[in-house]
Design a protein around this ligand. Structure first.
Ligand code: NAD
Length: 428
């Protein structure tokens, strides 16, 4: 499909990246939106973009400047919601795409949020703890004018965690003059975080994985699973699959790829990563030097849980899995989607597969507002129910319309967003 989009003037044509992927996904859903297609341009333009300079004093006395972003893609259904990424490759077009996928995801699982995302273009591994804290606090102060418990609620993403959420909550609260725990989710439990939030995204991947597997007659027990990205999402998903009797035959992270057909000891690998920072040098599996080989690994289930555009037209034909669970946001390009569909590989799209995180973030936010906290069992039960329902609805829609699960999820979500847009009407 070719693009006939009007590209916003602040983006160059050759800088579309993940935003280009997202625009193509919107093109693919538009024919199914009926009269609401009149509003579809709304989805192709972020509502609000903030670019901030984040200066800090380095430990050695020099001054460093980082580029930070917060994009509020859509707030038709509620306040903005979405993570904050610290990564050396963060760009405006990437944050725009991630914010847009949050709009779609929040509508797909029907939590009362719009979509937003933030990021800083930085490799946090090059910062000391003090520098990381100063950068996080300055970034939070700079985006303070557009975030808030009723406006836009950040959360963790790649290279951000509970500690960073605690600093963000504290900085916002200091600026406001009172503690506002509901301004971010993914906080430590002691500061109004939710039980089960740390595991929620990986757990959601596992829950929809079980649903999808049962639809195609695949047993989880004994299944071979390959995981790209061994952080919050990939690490938890891997553990839950092992607990259900599957074996993890390959893990790839930013530094290396480890494989073991008989199954990798995930607890041992997690301990190794905690100690060394990556899977490289792990003795409990074979390390392979050629990163591309990961895609051709013999497995039943593939879980991309790292970055965007990993599964593309150059490697989609190598994939031997029957089921792909998108833990990451935007891991599959539209061209790869076509190849996989042709080859009969079922792809459970990011906007459903990794929605467990924002679902429990929603629970956290509700708990913060009511200052009444739920048990972990209650949270996991509600999470499982929402994930199963969302998967079931999307599965059925895909059957009815003869479309992929991604297009079905987009039909469901974009209809909800644009209905809200239409009912609210345009101001003034
Ligand atoms: P994380 O920082 O905890 O882990 C990221 C992992 O990806 C690490 O293991 C890292 O080594 C690996 N990685 C980085 N670059 C890589 C590369 N080029 N090739 C292979 N592996 C690479 O991050 P996370 O929170 O687990 O997020 C992973 C993905 O899941 C992202 O796409 C994120 O947007 C998505 N996601 C996260 C959440 C959440 O709640 N944290 C929710 C929904 C979606």
């Amino acid at each position: 499909m070719t693009h006939h989009h009007e590209i916003p003037s602040y983006l160059k044509h050759d800088d579309l990246g993940p935003w280009g992927v997202y625009l193509e996904q919107i093109d693919r859903v538009t024919p199914y939106l009926g009269n609401l297609a009149r509003w579809v341009e709304t989805l192709k333009r972020p509502k609000r973009i903030l670019i901030v300079d984040v200066p800090i004093e380095r430990d050695n006395g020099t001054i460093a400047h980082f580029e930070g972003y917060r994009v509020q893609h859509n707030t038709s259904r509620g306040p903005g919601k979405g993570g904050v990424r610290f990564h050396q490759d963060v760009t405006l077009s990437e944050v725009m795409a991630l914010s847009a996928w949050m709009t779609v995801k929040n509508a797909a699982v029907n939590v009362p949020y719009g979509g937003a995302k933030g990021g800083i273009r930085v490799d946090p591994k090059t910062l000391s703890q003090g520098e990381l804290q100063r950068m996080t606090r300055r970034y939070t102060s700079e985006i303070n004018i557009i975030i808030g418990p009723n406006k836009d609620i950040p959360a963790p993403d790649v290279n951000t965690n509970e500690q960073i959420m605690a600093w963000m909550m504290d900085t916002y609260s200091m600026n406001q003059g009172s503690t506002a725990s509901g301004v971010v989710t993914g906080k430590p439990i002691s500061l109004g975080g939710s039980l089960g939030r740390h595991e929620a995204t990986g757990r959601g991947v596992f829950v929809v994985g079980c649903e999808a597997a049962s639809q195609i007659g695949m047993e989880i027990r004994g299944a071979a699973v390959a995981v790209q990205g061994f952080g919050n999402v990939g690490g938890v998903a891997a553990r839950l699959f092992v607990e259900a009797g599957a074996r993890i035959v390959a893990v790839q992270d930013h530094a290396s790829t480890v494989v073991r057909a008989g199954g990798i000891n995930i607890a041992a690998l997690q301990a190794h990563v905690a100690a060394t920072g990556s899977v490289a040098g792990f003795h409990g599996a074979e390390e392979i030097a050629d990163r591309e080989q990961f895609w051709g690994i013999d497995c039943d289930i593939l879980v991309p849980a790292a970055l965007e555009q990993q599964i593309n037209e150059t490697n989609a034909h190598k994939i031997r899995a029957k089921l792909i669970l998108e833990g990451a946001n935007g891991p599959t390009t539209p061209g790869a989607d076509d190849i996989l569909r042709e080859r009969g590989v079922l792809v459970v799209p990011d906007v459903i597969a990794n929605a467990g995180g924002v679902t429990v973030s929603y629970f956290e936010w509700v708990q913060d507002f009511s200052s009444f906290f739920w048990t972990e069992d209650e949270i996991n039960l509600r999470l499982t129910r929402i994930m199963r329902e969302a998967f079931g609805t999307v599965w059925q829609l895909a059957q009815e319309k003869h479309v992929s699960l991604r297009t079905a999820a987009f039909i469901l979500a974009c209809t909800r967003v644009l209905q809200a847009r239409e009912m609210r009407g345009l101001y003034p």
